[in-house]
Design a protein around this ligand. Sequence first.
Ligand code: ARG
Ligand code: MN
Ligand code: MN
Length: 333
Amino acid sequence: MSATTDSPSDAQLMAQRTKFLKTPQTIGVTCVPFSGGQPKGGVDDGPVEMIRFGIVDQIEGMGYDVSISDGMDKYRSMRPASDPPVGKLKNPRYVSLAARRVADQVRAHCASGSLALTLGGDHSIAMGTLVGSTAVYGDDLCVLWIDAHADINTPATTDSGNLHGCPLSFILGLCDKQDHSADDGLFGWIKPCVRTDSLVYIGLRDVDSGEKAILRKHGIKAFSMHDVDRYGIGRVVEMALDHVNPERTRPIHMSFDVDALDPSVAPATGTPVRGGLTFREGHYICEAVAETGCLVALDLVEVNPALGDPESLRQTVAVGCSLVRCSLGETLL
Ligand SMILES: NC(=[NH2+])NCCC[C@H](N)C(=O)O
Ligand SMILES: [Mn+2]
Ligand SMILES: [Mn+2]
């Protein structure tokens, strides 16, 4: 195990981009104890609980080298003394600062050829993970977003103002100029870095009406729970990969929100929605992604140890860790 902080040179970035050839042997872990993208405390304890559960030892036990980003405590101390809403957006400065740091850490892991594993924290941190991974892999990268929610609200469409419901609108460049001026450039550092046809969803079942309009307008591919029921998870994952990665040659960033799973499987999360993926369906997705050998970045977010009884907590942390291990190939024969 080792620690990294160095930021990569442009030469390193280019070298890694042209060199991408499947399954890194080093896992670069970034722990992000962050809850500023939504109102419930506790999700900032997600990473430490997964570490306590043994995720690092488990990954090392699978034969990977592990390198951990420095300074996870810094995320808590980054909260600005004053952070009034900008338009409807809550904690906008805090979210922006934290995501920016996440981007640097993920970028450094990807540039050194490691698979960037980010443990959240709420899903707003994916603004950072995707800026980081695309800085290295560019346009070639495709994104699998596994979630009950679409997380694609813009500053204009969000009802809640919670930024964990918005990361993709920034990443895809869907915010109006007005939205951006409304936030006085706070998120101006996020340049559109993923094309709408490089993104695919699995697990959706709670999508706001403004988000549905965005998905339709941009023709973004999404497999809802209705599709999982209709086709079965095997077909769904195959169709999802065929859409963004038909040759299975593009690097994959999978952003896995634990609330994609049914609350009976992952109860300790801030915005649970009934009718989610079963334990096996969730793991199947991870196994199928591992099988492609194309995974270069993985986010595991929205584990909130403060919600529910000790057994809910144990169950949710355990399932989070096992999704990570499966994504790294644990259950492949
Ligand atoms: N990452 C999540 N759990 N997101 C939930 C978002 C819920 C809702 N669509 C909102 O924008 O507030
Ligand atoms: Mn969600
Ligand atoms: Mn989410």
